[in-house]
Write a protein that binds this ligand. Structure first.
Ligand SMILES: C[S@@+](CC[C@H](N)C(=O)[O-])C[C@H]1O[C@@H](n2cnc3c(N)ncnc32)[C@H](O)[C@@H]1O
Length: 365
């Protein structure tokens, strides 16, 4: 998740806070959290800890989360090496998407995908970066008679894909092939290769054949999947995980291999003028987002939100997200060869509004 400052309201940091006198409001605390982020951006780890502690003392939830993550005296997650890629050990990510504003966001996202399926009934669908299936599986079920005939699910995280397969089985969908690497897909569901039969014994709920592939979108499309075609290629909050050059290559690779593209992402504000404005915008939004979590707040912040945030501001941290305003996404999709690009709102959300982008293949066939 990336973003910029379109908001200008808010308090200023009390100068006394740095001197130990302490700020007096959460707004001051958020401003101290901004200083912590800027210190990380400057490579000043000690100053970052100092400001994070002060932010936490001032009542900032983000300050508390940063302090826990960065402060060696607090058992710092970063210092302890708990900085594995956020989707490889995904308990925190899954707690995040299962709670707060994500409940309504995902309900609307699945409804938006189901509406796309109804415009291409019984089609072949490819989902890039499906995660644990929280968006795509309910969408398939909600589409009813228009549910896809087949769905290819591509996801590099073994843990998330295993949970996705379990979600499919629990929903009564037939997972007929589970491949660690791409292999040619059949031309019709009836030609599906022999593989594990439906794991729950109930059979396919929607007559939908599901194939799962543990690999990246880049590897999938550049490998034996080359030459395959789909009616719908979709991705929800996953193309943001690809660096822009890789994403452009992926969008181009599917531009003449699918009739419809459907992407759900966040319409983040334009890039701000200064690093300070960018850090401030992120800090204010994260403060709201973190407040949506209660008992699992530490899990969500330490295992997902803080590492993602630091990846945006700290050059030494692993970056997990490259995001843009919706207009930039639309331009990138058009540049990749898609036509009839349309953007519509999906949901308001603390980080940024979510949108559905749809487009048609320029060579539709
Ligand atoms: C924010 S999650 C979204 C997951 C799911 N689409 C959803 O809506 O819940 C981003 C997903 O992108 C996946 N991802 C990261 N890099 C990827 C890549 N190169 N190709 C495909 N998926 C990728 C991650 O493993 C993760 O599951």
């Amino acid at each position: 998740m990336d973003g910029a400052a379109s908001d200008t309201a808010g308090g200023t940091a009390g100068g006394a806070a740095d001197d130990g006198a302490g700020p007096t409001s959460t707004t001051d605390g958020v401003e101290l959290a901004v200083r912590a982020l800027l210190a990380r951006a400057d490579g000043d780890a000690d100053a970052a800890v100092h400001h994070a502690r002060a932010a936490a003392a001032a009542g900032s939830l983000l300050g508390h989360a940063l302090s826990r993550y960065l402060d060696p005296a607090a058992g710092a997650a970063a210092a302890a090496g708990a900085t594995a890629p956020v989707y490889d050990a995904p308990a925190a990510f899954q707690a995040f998407v299962d709670g707060g504003g994500n409940v309504e966001l995902y309900r609307r996202t699945s409804a938006a995908l189901a509406a796309v399926y109804r415009r291409a009934p019984r089609g072949r669908v490819l989902d890039l970066g499906c995660g644990d299936g929280l968006a795509v599986v309910p969408a398939v079920l909600a589409a009813g008679d228009a549910a896809p005939a087949s769905v290819d699910l591509v996801e590099p995280s073994a843990a998330l894909l295993a949970d996705c397969r379990a979600r499919c089985a629990a929903a009564g969908l037939a997972v007929v092939a589970q491949a660690p690497t791409p292999t040619p897909t059949p031309t019709t569901p009836a030609d599906a290769p022999a593989g594990p039969t439906p794991t729950d014994g109930r059979g396919p709920a929607a007559g939908t054949t599901v194939r799962t592939w543990q690999t990246t979108a880049q590897q999938w499309l550049g490998g034996p999947a080359a030459g395959q075609r789909w009616d719908v290629v979709e991705s929800t909050f996953a193309l943001q995980s690809l660096p822009p050059a890789d994403r452009a290559a992926v969008l181009s690779a599917v531009a003449d291999r699918a009739a419809t593209l459907a992407v759900v992402e966040f319409d983040v504000p334009p890039e701000p003028a200064t690093p300070e404005d960018r850090a401030r915008s992120l800090a204010r939004r994260y403060e709201h987002g973190i407040a949506e979590y209660g008992a699992d707040r530490d899990l969500v912040t330490q295992g997902f939100l803080v590492p993602v945030l630091l990846g945006l501001v700290d050059p030494a941290a692993s970056r997990t997200n490259w995001e843009h305003p919706a207009a930039t996404w639309a331009a990138d999709v058009a540049a990749a060869g898609w036509t009839d690009v349309r953007v519509e709102p999906v949901a308001d959300y603390w980080y940024a509004p979510a949108f559905l982008l749809t487009a048609r293949s320029g060579t539709r066939g």
